[in-house]
Design a protein around this ligand. Sequence first.
Ligand code: ATP
Ligand code: MG
Length: 197
Amino acid sequence: MTDKTHKARMVSKKAVMDAKIAKATEERGVVILLKGNGKGKSSSAFGTMARSVGHGKKCAVIQFIKGRTETGEFKLFKDHPLVDWHVMGHGFTWETQDKAQDIAAAQKAWVLAEELLQDERFDMLVFDELSYMFKYEYLDVQPVVDAIKKRPKMQNVIVTGRTMALPLQDIADTISLVQDERHAFRLGVKAQKGIEY
Ligand code: ATP
Ligand code: MG
């Protein structure tokens, strides 16, 4: 491609992009869903949260399932004045093997989530592994959808989980599917600090 053709293409591309940008004028918080079997959902959520924190925004995290206790992100943010971090769940069902305990933990986490969804001081809420609660029927999806819809106008909500409940997808503004094409684990690589947790 000649320099001239390249320039002409870029000029028309810029016009298209500028027109799209001019159309997006609404200012409000968004609901972001990060789903799929690939690696990168929670780390994307916490990466976006780091962005918000960098801009001085107040954030809260609820981990509906407690994975590893001391993840790097937890260590980084737990004492941060702009971040409230709540680890509510106990572990994956196949680890806890106690349904009643899991349901109690889910409900306790939901009480907290509902409070945060009414609290205008929070600019961003990250509900890590929330979708799992619906898959295992620990929580009803409708009250969650209703509370998210009624949240403060500028509040952003990020939900992660491998599978997403459809009513939650219906109200989402952004949905990203993280696809699993390959994972080091299947090549025999052990989970490591700073990558997996
Ligand atoms: P991450 O926290 O790295 O962004 P994730 O949130 O997308 O991962 P989860 O489904 O929450 O993934 O899985 C939790 C753990 O399993 C993480 O330590 C993650 O690195 C690892 N993991 C994610 N996807 C895969 C996969 N396809 N195979 C094996 N391990 C995975
Ligand atoms: Mg995750």
